[in-house]
Write a protein that binds this ligand. Structure first.
Ligand code: DC
Length: 220
């Protein structure tokens, strides 16, 4: 069985999908990490992440692997485990830029298909229900109001001891939403047979329960 979870940054896709995977015994696949791996490589090479001319030739030098070690997904970039290094703000921005390049999306496509063919998966990203797994039994578009997502982000940062200004974070959320949903190639959008789930007013548990009950319906 395949479950696709798409939606904008900060909707809680990864935390929810991870918990659902654990409950159902599925493999959780965070596809954003693949784009982040490429973003990191591009930064290290000093190339401009939004430049097709600079990024595309680098793809031939990149080997990205995804391995599940003790139920945690790890990303390897040319053999190096970069799972921690890809979680910075600069890598987020580079990932968003490279993800708009068609050759980058094609480069990562087979790997995503391949893992879904071999396992029961819950995969989160931006184009999973529309492009990567159009045959998924359940497609959720998980979202929340930008203000709510910015508030959650500020809270997360504060928990890590990082001071953040709400207005700056909100501007960042709105900018990323715009980039991800307005790129020409395979933008973020609700699949025709996808279910829109706005969790602005829902707790983590309520979101989790909702997805579990939808999944169980489809599995029956
Ligand atoms: O989910 P994330 O924030 O880790 O994703 C990083 C970037 O990668 C995000 O800006 C959009 C892009 N992305 C994508 O275009 N398609 C996916 N399936 C996953 C992520």
């Amino acid at each position: 069985m395949k479950i696709a979870i798409d939606g904008p940054a900060g909707a809680g896709k990864s935390a929810t999908a991870k918990a659902v995977a654990k409950e159902l015994g599925f493999i959780y696949v965070d596809t954003g990490a693949l784009y982040r791996g490429i973003g990191l490589y591009v930064i290290r090479k000093g190339a401009k992440a939004s430049s097709i001319e600079e990024v595309v030739p680098l793809l031939a030098e990149i080997k990205i692997e995804m391995k599940h070690i003790e139920n945690e997904q790890h990303i390897f970039l040319n053999g190096e485990d970069v799972s921690g290094l890809i979680r910075t703000e600069s890598v987020s921005a580079a990932a968003s830029d490279v993800s708009a390049i068609p050759a980058v999306r094609d480069f990562l496509f087979d790997m995503q298909r391949d893992i879904a063919e071999k396992n029961d998966v819950i995969m989160d990203g931006r184009d999973i229900g529309t492009v990567v797994l159009p045959d998924a039994e359940l497609k959720i578009f998980l979202t929340a109001k930008p203000e709510v997502r910015a508030e959650r982000r500020v809270k997360q940062l504060l928990e890590k001891g990082i001071e953040a200004n709400f207005d700056d974070v909100l501007a960042d959320v709105i900018q990323r939403d715009y980039n991800d949903s307005h790129r020409d190639f395979r933008p973020l959008k609700l699949a025709e047979d996808g279910i829109l789930l706005d969790n602005s007013e829902l707790s983590f548990e309520e979101t989790f329960e909702k997805i579990i009950s939808l999944a169980k319906e489809r599995m029956a």
